[in-house]
Design a protein around this ligand. Structure first.
Ligand code: CP3
Length: 355
């Protein structure tokens, strides 16, 4: 067993080594669709208190594992911890999502930013990882994560989610040097943040490039991919004699899979618009693949969900190298029993692909 884990399916699949069935975890597996999450969240009072109190972050990280047979835990945190630690003044406004009091707009705003100390301002994330890793006691691997530089930059520049990105895209065109300075600083911050996460107990890393797919191919290469590649180069891939795999997920990145795989990452996350069979043909000899059921389908009937799970498994086909997941995060409206149906389907249908 890898790393002394009781369940190392996820690590084996990421290394494209044989498994007995396809491992599975779900993006946003801890969250508002679970009543026990809403209860802890209410007790914490607000979202950032939940993230920054290690015992509470640990509690919600483990909630989906108590309920479901999942093959990995993902530390409960957020990608916006880095911009928050840079002093932008993060708050979560009810019904609006994240808002920054001090968005970054000009070259002089960017000059004032510094790489946060992962064991200082961000030390609460490391504490949450340490507490959670100990509580997991080797049941499944613990995933650490960060936003990609470009995705973090969109929130920092726009000051909120849910925009058309005109300010962020405008910076790339009208002040490319300032944009590169910001993205370079974010890449350095992410490298030190992820290395510290590994030291604190993360066994797998994932980079969320949620907004890479809104860029033109040229801008994606220049302003997103380049910095993700720098991060893959910069992180230590071994810890205590074990490899630490990294998964890159560009939502909407289906047209750039070969380039993403060429960064040297271990796995590529796919949204549901990509056909797994085609992705595997393109990059399956270099990386593992993670995905990619449309999370909206979790609102359909349990029979429908089972059919769609079988479609995803069938599209990847026989052999290792697939980590089952959604193509994006689970939404708050999903009934918890539908997640049970999804997990049962993966458990029952996937062994046939690993004989
Ligand atoms: O996957 C997990 O279970 C781990 C936890 C996790 C959260 N956010 C918890 C969270 C992870 C991996 C993230 C990543 C994240 N955060 C991303 C990248 C992935 C993606 O979904 O594209 C992004 C873009 C964010 C930024 C962010 N954080 C937004 C846009 C929001 C508001 C969303 C909303 O629905 O209100 C958050 C808050 C947030 N992060 C919540 C959770 C469970 C909801 C907060 C609450 O409880 O009110």
């Amino acid at each position: 067993m890898k790393s002394g884990l009781q369940n190392d399916r996820m690590l084996r699949a990421l290394a494209r080594q044989p498994v007995d069935r396809t491992p599975l975890w779900l993006m946003r597996q801890a969250g508002r669709y679970l009543p026990e999450y809403r209860e802890t969240r209410a007790r914490a009072g607000d979202f950032m208190t939940l993230c920054s109190t290690p015992e509470l972050a640990c509690e919600v990280t483990l909630q989906p594992l108590e309920r479901y047979d999942l093959d990995a835990a993902i530390i409960f945190s957020d990608i916006l911890t880095i911009p928050d630690a840079m002093g932008l003044g993060l708050s979560f406004v009810q019904g609006e999502g994240p808002v920054f009091a001090k968005p970054v707009r000009s070259a002089s705003d960017i000059k004032r930013l510094a790489v946060p100390d992962p064991n200082g301002e961000l030390g609460y994330v490391m504490n949450a990882l340490r507490v959670t890793r100990a509580a997991l006691d080797g049941r499944v691997p613990l995933i650490g994560f960060s936003g990609s530089p470009w995705t973090l930059a969109t929130y920092m520049i726009e000051g909120r989610g849910g925009t058309d990105f005109r300010t962020a895209k405008g910076l790339l065109v009208d002040a490319p040097e300032a944009a590169h300075r910001l993205l370079g600083l974010l890449a350095q911050s992410v490298v030190s943040y992820l290395n510290a996460q590994v030291a604190a107990g993360a066994q797998v890393l994932m980079l969320f490039d949620t907004w890479g797919g809104i860029l033109s191919t040229y801008h994606f290469r220049e302003f997103s991919l380049r910095y993700m590649a720098a991060i893959v180069d910069g992180i230590s891939r071994e810890h205590e004699g074990h490899r630490v795999p990294i998964i890159l997920f560009t939502k909407g990145g289906g047209g750039w899979l070969s380039e993403i795989a060429a960064t040297g990452c271990d796995a590529v996350g796919l949204d549901w618009t990509v056909e797994l069979a085609a992705a595997r043909q393109q990059v399956g000899d270099k990386v593992a693949l993670q995905g990619n059921l449309d999370p909206t389908l979790l609102l359909s009937s349990c029979e429908g969900i089972r059919t769609e799970v079988s479609r995803v498994l069938d599209s990847y086909g026989p052999g290792s190298g697939h980590v089952f997941n959604l193509g994006h995060g689970i939404t708050p409206q999903v009934p918890p029993e539908h997640v049970s149906a999804l997990i049962a389907a993966v458990r029952e249908l996937s062994p046939a692909y690993h004989r």
